[in-house]
Design a protein around this ligand. Structure first.
Ligand SMILES: Nc1ncnc2c1ncn2[C@@H]1O[C@H](COP(=O)(O)OP(=O)(O)OP(=O)(O)O)[C@@H](O)[C@H]1O
Length: 285
């Protein structure tokens, strides 16, 4: 049987799956620009991190890339190319088709994305029915396989459970399973581990690293936590007040920060044990 999870072949061609070029986001109400030009590229299996304090524009950047900006914001400059396609030309229907199957996202607070009155397995199976056009039995089988892939013990039991019966870490795994159900090439994780305790957070980060390794999934990891980025990302963008103040290889940015703001973020994180993650990053081939 072909595995749903492993079927996304790792491309050997390093064409970017996502190319964000000088993206600007402005308010439609007063024309004020809030995000002042963000650029980065993702090739298969690459992980880019976006860090910065609250309100620096990380989420608006992600929403711009996902085509889900709040109503009173618009992309006012630059371009987003997804799998070679300029997204500004997409209709709503085309966007709906791409979301899930090419680009997907997980956010903080997984419980709010699940229906409390339907077992989580049925919700996951529904995604497979809609997005992958699977029949009822194949969708159930696929859902169980995904629950297993996100390392939930006893997928058969979890399949039948409701959101309120599951811990935050389990719910986040289910959200990740849902997000990768249609085999996207890019996953945006926006503060996806922020609400979790440190041990569970580390497990979820390992899971994302494992998915990237096995499926070539490219990731955008948004976090106010530099340690998260240090653990997972090849490249990092540091944002402040809607501006990218520094962008480079993670080890460069974290070991040789050029901008005073990056140095400040690092010094604030030292008390939380950033060095531990930096060691891991350095050890990576
Ligand atoms: N729906 C919205 N309505 C009005 N202003 C918004 C909205 N979303 C974001 N903003 C404003 O845009 C700016 C950037 O916000 P954004 O959510 O992108 O920041 P962030 O870096 O993701 O912060 P956080 O870590 O708190 O999520 C902030 O000044 C914020 O107040």
């Amino acid at each position: 049987m072909t595995s749903l999870v492993d079927s996304a072949a790792v491309s050997t061609v390093a064409d970017p799956v996502l190319a964000v070029r000088d993206v600007r986001v402005s308010s439609r109400v007063d024309g004020r620009e809030i995000v002042h030009g963000v650029s980065f590229e993702l090739t298969p299996g690459k992980v880019v991190g976006i860090v910065g304090e609250s309100g620096s524009g990380k989420t608006l950047t992600c929403r711009a890339v996902l085509g889900i900006l709040p109503e009173h914001f618009e992309i006012s400059g630059g371009s987003v190319q997804l799998a070679g396609q300029d997204v500004s030309a997409l209709s709503q229907a085309q966007w709906t088709a791409l979301r899930g199957s090419t680009i997907s996202a997980v956010f903080q607070d997984p419980a709010s994305y699940l229906n409390p009155s339907i077992p989580v397995g049925a919700q996951l199976a529904e995604v497979l029915r809609v997005k992958k056009k699977l029949g009822r039995r194949a969708a159930r089988r696929g859902a169980l396989e995904l629950l297993d892939a996100v390392q939930l013990r006893d997928p058969e039991l979890v399949y039948t459970q409701y959101a309120f019966e599951l811990s935050g870490g389990m719910l986040q795994r289910i959200l990740i399973a849902t997000a990768i159900a249609a085999g996207p090439r890019v996953l945006i994780a926006d503060e996806a581990t922020t609400a979790l305790d440190v041990t569970v957070q580390a497990e979820i980060l390992d899971l994302l690293a494992d998915l990237r390794e096995r499926t070539g999934l490219a990731l955008v990891v948004v976090s106010h936590d530099l340690a998260v980025v240090a653990q997972l990302c090849d490249e990092v963008l540091v944002m402040r007040d809607g501006e990218v103040v520094e962008h480079g290889a993670t080890t460069e940015v974290l070991y040789h920060p050029r901008h005073a703001y990056t140095r400040l973020l690092i010094s604030e994180h030292e008390q939380y044990g950033l060095e531990k993650f930096l060691d891991r990053t350095e050890a990576r081939p």
